[in-house]
Design a protein around this ligand. Structure first.
Ligand code: ATP
Length: 492
């Protein structure tokens, strides 16, 4: 989007009667609209809320308190000689009323003659269809880098404190993804505690971000220490990821490479898909945001799309970051008939975003199967690559077992040949489970872990692959037709 202010000014100048600004930041919207009214003088700004009625107009203050219809009538009768922008707070809530809805529709045509504009502001509102066509919808993105920089500078100036240039840059960078109010809160706390903005505030900013993500309900800020060293096997996937990591650099941009989009990991349970998502974020030093698809759809019908948009905004504002969409097949496998098409529309929003996105948000989506995955998701151009994580080969089982034994009982050496032979069809998670079970046997007898413990443990575990054979076969056939790449290196 080009400059937001220019865009808004243009809408006002072209006599747009009804503007809906999608944002959670009501105060910031008021400031922006106020600035616009000054730029577009002699236009003036009036605000309305249910309790106080009209505000900011000396002679009309208080009109329409507790009477939403009255304020619309007031605007309807207002002379053209005083062009007015009416910022009506919470007004979307009253649009449910048939009378108000009718009046808004009438005004939508009348106001074109009069140069007055009604501005609505809300974050989670999907306007009813008949109103939607009359509204001009404008998203207000979270503050951009230059806005944050001047915001921080203004805060420092207002408190007469000095702000070193490099501190300003670091703070600006760290604050990306926070709303203006939150930046002000962090700054106010810092000023109260230390009397200035400094590098020490960085950790608080990060904490604030974590909380702003926590607020979103749909996104979770996921802490992890996992690295690629924790993953046994999957070498082809690891090589590919290392290559893509380099493609985030400025050199790659100069070279003409596009930003990596993301990867889809498909495979049976316990093959290391989640582990891979965590390792990517940690080894690329990016925050990991886990998206709970189920929660996108929870709650009010119709709110899902608004929630999706907000989630995407939040993730973009945190860029560079890894957006982990866990079990994407479960979330979007919804039945269009049962949910009124909501999951289809939400999916369409996500897909459009993925196809068009220019931000450094790397999407890692995981799925257990393909039968419930919408075909659009598998089309080229959504993900950079689709990988099939199969059950580990002999060699991979060896490295996975070794990894878990080394981590849990460092320093001991156990021959693994026999166990590797007996664990064909085990997933990585089941191999880990075998090691833990074996350790229980050893611990109960107060001795070190032995080969026999692992053999016993493996004989007692029935791997999922035995029961899910058909499904796995189907998945492999699907992948072998060139639709997905094997995550493991082929060995002769
Ligand atoms: P699900 O489909 O059930 O979500 P998943 O493929 O995401 O499964 P993970 O959660 O990554 O599986 O695996 C569970 C645990 O199993 C991991 O935390 C790890 O300890 C172990 N594990 C799985 N695969 C591997 C592997 N390739 N190397 C080492 N450990 C592994």
């Amino acid at each position: 989007m080009h400059n937001w202010n220019d865009h808004f000014d243009l809408l006002i100048k072209s006599r747009t009667p009804l503007i809906f600004i999608r944002s959670r930041e009501e105060e910031r919207v008021e400031t922006l609209v106020d600035q616009a009214s000054k730029r577009l003088s002699p236009r003036r700004l009036a605000t309305w809320d249910y309790i106080n009625g009209l505000q900011r107009l000396l002679n009309s203050d208080g009109i329409g308190a507790k009477q939403p219809m009255a304020v619309l009538q007031w605007l309807q009768n207002l002379e053209s000689s005083t062009p007015t922008i009416l910022l009506a707070k919470d007004f979307h809530k009253f649009s449910e009323d048939a009378g108000i809805a009718r009046m808004l529709r009438n005004l939508a045509s009348e106001l074109r003659e009069k140069a007055h504009t009604i501005v609505l502001v809300a974050a989670d509102w999907d306007p009813p269809k008949d109103l939607e066509d009359l509204l001009t919808i404008l998203d207000l993105p979270l503050p951009k880098e230059n806005e944050l920089r001047s915001l921080l500078r203004n805060i420092a100036n207002a408190s007469d404190s000095t702000l070193e240039k490099d501190v300003l840059e670091e703070l600006t960078h760290a604050c990306s993804g926070l709303s203006e109010i939150r930046v002000r809160q962090v700054a106010a706390r810092a000023l109260a505690q230390r009397g200035r903005l400094s590098k020490e505030d960085l950790s608080e900013v990060l904490e604030e971000k974590r909380q702003s993500i926590a607020q979103s309900e749909v996104l979770e800020y996921f802490e992890t220490n996992a690295t690629q060293g924790d993953i046994g096997g999957l070498d082809s996937l690891k090589n590919w990821l290392n290559q893509r990591h380099q493609a985030f650099s400025d050199e790659a941009r100069t070279f003409g490479l596009p930003l990596p989009r993301g990867v889809l990991l498909i495979g049976p349970q316990g093959t290391g898909k989640s582990l891979t998502a965590k390792a990517i974020a940690h080894s690329w030093s990016m925050p990991l945001l886990r998206l709970d698809v189920g929660r996108l759809f929870a709650g009010l019908v119709g709110a899902s799309e608004a929630r999706t948009r907000e989630t995407i905004h939040r993730a973009e504002a945190m860029a560079p970051c890894v957006l982990w969409i866990d079990e994407i097949d479960k979330g979007f496998g919804g039945d269009a008939r049962s949910d009124g098409g909501t999951s289809q529309r939400v999916l369409a929003n996500v897909l459009t975003w993925m196809a068009e996105k220019t931000s450094a948000v790397f999407v890692v989506a995981t799925a257990n199967g393909v039968d419930r995955l919408p075909p659009e998701l598998l089309r080229k151009g959504r993900f950079d690559e689709i990988f099939l994580l199969d059950l580990p080969s002999r060699q991979e089982r060896s490295s996975i077992l070794r990894l878990h034994i080394n981590r849990k009982r460092p320093g001991i050496s156990i021959p693994l040949e026999a166990i590797i032979d007996r664990t064909e069809g085990f997933s990585g998670a089941e191999l880990e489970q075998t090691v833990i079970e074996g350790m229980h046997f050893a611990f109960a007898e107060k001795r070190e872990l032995l080969e026999t413990d692992l053999i016993l443990a493996s004989s007692q575990l029935i791997p999922l692959s035995r029961t899910a054979k058909e499904q796995l076969k189907f998945l492999k056939e699907w992948a072998s037709s060139g639709r997905a790449r094997p995550a493991s290196l082929k060995i002769k």
